[in-house]
Ligand binder design. Structure first.
Ligand SMILES: [Zn+2]
Length: 122
């Protein structure tokens, strides 16, 4: 139901920190690849709606970190606090519990439009 939104959001997340050649570093290891080869990985797992589309909880990750190391959550949480300030990961954990419902179609459409525009603005 949120495939279109995920497509736009994931592209934005992977491209926002890419350099002029489209290269971006993995959030949880030293891997450096083109954004198209990266994945948009979640710190708090994707099934939690409260943080599913949180720009701090979703970062460029290499396939290895995202798929084979269970998202490297310990390293992910450390990097979130380094990047956004101490306590940010704790706030994400709270946010995860705040919103339990899926967004409505209206919200999904609005967010999809929002992230498509953000990609154009990069
Ligand atoms: Zn990695």
């Amino acid at each position: 139901m949120d495939d279109k939104l995920w497509k736009a959001f994931s592209e934005y997340i992977r491209r926002r920190n890419a350099d002029e050649n489209g290269m971006v570093k993995c959030f949880t290891c030293s891997s450096f690849k083109h954004w198209k080869e990266m994945q948009a990985g979640h710190g708090i797992p994707r099934q939690h709606w409260g943080t599913r589309y949180d720009e701090k909880n979703v970062q460029s990750q290499c396939r290895k970190c995202n798929c084979f190391e269970q998202g490297e959550q310990a390293e992910f949480s450390k990097q979130v606090d380094l990047k956004y300030g101490a306590g940010t990961w704790g706030l994400l954990i709270i946010k995860k519990h705040l919103v339990r419902k899926r967004p409505s179609k209206f919200e999904i459409d609005a967010l999809t439009k929002f992230y498509k525009q953000k990609i154009l603005d990069l």
